[in-house]
Ligand binder design. Structure first.
Ligand code: ZN
Ligand code: ZN
Length: 495
């Protein structure tokens, strides 16, 4: 008799399948009714306090994202047109600032590039098209957006049984690769929504939004608090007020193609289109080239090559490695030097691992990369997902000299810098050129002078400590400047 039991179990499972599917639709309908979602076509959420955090810009490997104070926040959603606009006004009031997240330099506002972010509040606006996966996911990460997304993708809907607290999870699949899961309370309110997105460095990365303090506004339930997290740490935490049917939200229209509405958050740059022509490369000194963008550098030695920096994305890094092979044909790439663990500077590392190259980074980053560079990337399979290999990491403590007997390149730890623990700079001794990332922000000639920054002053102190005879600074974020500019910036008066 005992031998028959598994068969009975299978039969019961098969019989349950239609019932579970029905339960999912029933649970969704109950949540739509409880939340009043059918009657909601547009909404504006506003906040006057909260915190925003910069993804991928932690002050050290594995630490929480750096925090900024939110003074104004608005999230407008038009559920009919499938458009979402988010605007965050933030101030950089952490004293002293730790980590990155100032965003790229914006010539109009003269903000960005370095912390503390100068010249008053910093406004980040993003406009998302819900017809695209990126835009749709953001709308689904809101309470009513999740329910509308689940209804639109009802064919893929599944539900878990209610747990002892009366909660259940509803999941749907969209664009053939994203699974979006919402947790409903016993009262059928949306408590959290999560999905997994692609990240150039972290691979498959979970993003989750949590809602609480529901209030009824005209028969529709709205949360009064929202916390969004990615990689386990908060991205946004705001106290919300909802205005259903707000005219500004109802008036939103689909952004024109190409209008990405990217904010100033120093996130990874979008990957360039595949199959483009050769990268824009400039020779800064004989055998020393810079590749435009968030820059990578190629340094030619007698019988090997060193690449400095693997920014942006694995696709971009594959192009950089191809360029290195064109510029120095037949020579092996001995190292890919990584300045620090921020995502804009390390987003290409997975391609370096796939190519079997040795990554030279500060030793504090080694355990972090050993985890990150082994993560799966199933959402957007990259070079490493196609060609899985274990990362080869070499940690630098204070200094590493790379030489062929003629050319000498020194890699130094920038000690005690608050931008990132384990930040490296690269000094070409004969050329007297110093490659730096995020320690000094170049400005146009007509720009207002930046206020004093502890991050820049510490950079200058490290150069003096090491007695480096620098003539020119070469900036990973673009351009070069004579050393005098740094001397002036580091010696500005300050509190
Ligand atoms: Zn950085
Ligand atoms: Zn940077």
């Amino acid at each position: 008799m005992r031998r028959c039991l598994p068969v009975v179990g299978v039969l019961i499972t098969l019989l349950w399948v239609p019932s579970i599917a029905q339960d999912a639709r029933g649970a969704l309908d109950a949540a739509i009714a409880a939340m009043g979602a059918s009657n909601l076509h547009a909404v504006e959420y506003t906040a006057v306090k909260g915190n925003q955090y910069a993804l991928g810009q932690a002050p050290g490997p594995g630490k929480p994202w750096p925090r900024f104070t939110v003074t104004q926040y608005s999230m407008r959603i038009n559920y009919d047109a499938l458009v979402m606009r988010e605007q965050t006004t933030r101030i950089d009031d952490e004293k002293p600032p730790r980590g990155g997240g100032a965003g790229g330099y914006n010539p109009e506002s003269q903000q960005g590039g370095i912390r503390p972010i100068p010249f008053g509040p910093n406004v980040i606006t993003t406009l998302r098209n819900g017809q695209t996966p990126d835009g749709a996911l953001q709308i689904w990460l809101t309470p009513h957006g999740f329910l509308k997304g689940a209804a639109a993708n009802a064919a893929t809907l599944t539900a878990t049984p209610r747990d002892r607290n009366g909660s259940l999870s509803l999941s749907f699949k969209a664009f053939e690769k994203y699974t979006v899961t919402g947790t409903l309370t016993r009262d059928n309110l949306v408590e959290r929504v999560r999905t997994t997105v692609a990240h150039p460095l972290y691979g498959d990365s979970v993003i989750e939004t949590q809602f609480s303090g529901y209030q009824d506004v005209g028969g529709v339930k709205f949360p009064s608090r929202m916390i969004q997290r990615q990689g386990g740490f908060p991205l946004l935490d705001v106290a919300l007020t909802a205005q259903p049917g707000a005219a500004a939200a109802a008036a939103l229209t689909v952004p024109a193609p190409g209008a990405r509405g990217r904010g100033q958050g120093e996130g990874p740059a979008p990957a360039p289109a595949q199959g483009t022509a050769r990268l824009t490369t400039r020779e800064l000194a004989p055998g020393f080239w810079a590749i435009a963008g968030i820059q990578s550098f190629i340094i030619d030695f007698r019988d090997f090559v060193v690449v400095v920096e693997a920014p942006a994305s694995p696709a971009r890094m594959e192009e950089v490695l191809a360029e290195a092979r064109l510029l120095a044909p037949g020579k092996p790439i001995r190292y890919v030097v990584n300045s620090h663990q921020h995502a804009d500077h390390s987003g290409g590392l997975r391609a370096a691992v796939a190519a079997g190259l040795t990554i030279l980074t500060h030793e504090v980053n080694v355990p972090f990369y050993n985890t990150m560079l082994r993560n799966p990337a199933t959402i957007e399979p990259d070079a490493l997902a196609r060609n899985p290999r274990a990362p080869i990491l070499e940690g630098v403590a204070d200094k590493k000299v790379i030489t062929d007997g003629t050319r000498v390149v020194e890699v130094h730890h920038v000690r005690g810098n608050l931008h990132s623990e384990g930040l490296l700079m690269v000094y070409l001794t004969k050329e007297r050129m110093l490659i730096q990332a995020d320690l000094f922000s170049p400005r146009q000639a007509e720009a207002k002078p930046l206020p004093w920054s502890t991050i820049t002053a510490n950079f200058y102190d490290n150069i003096r400590r090491l007695k480096l005879d620098v003539a020119q600074m070469v900036h990973v974020h673009g351009g070069t400047d004579p050393f005098d500019k740094l001397v002036a910036a580091a010696n500005l008066p300050h509190e």
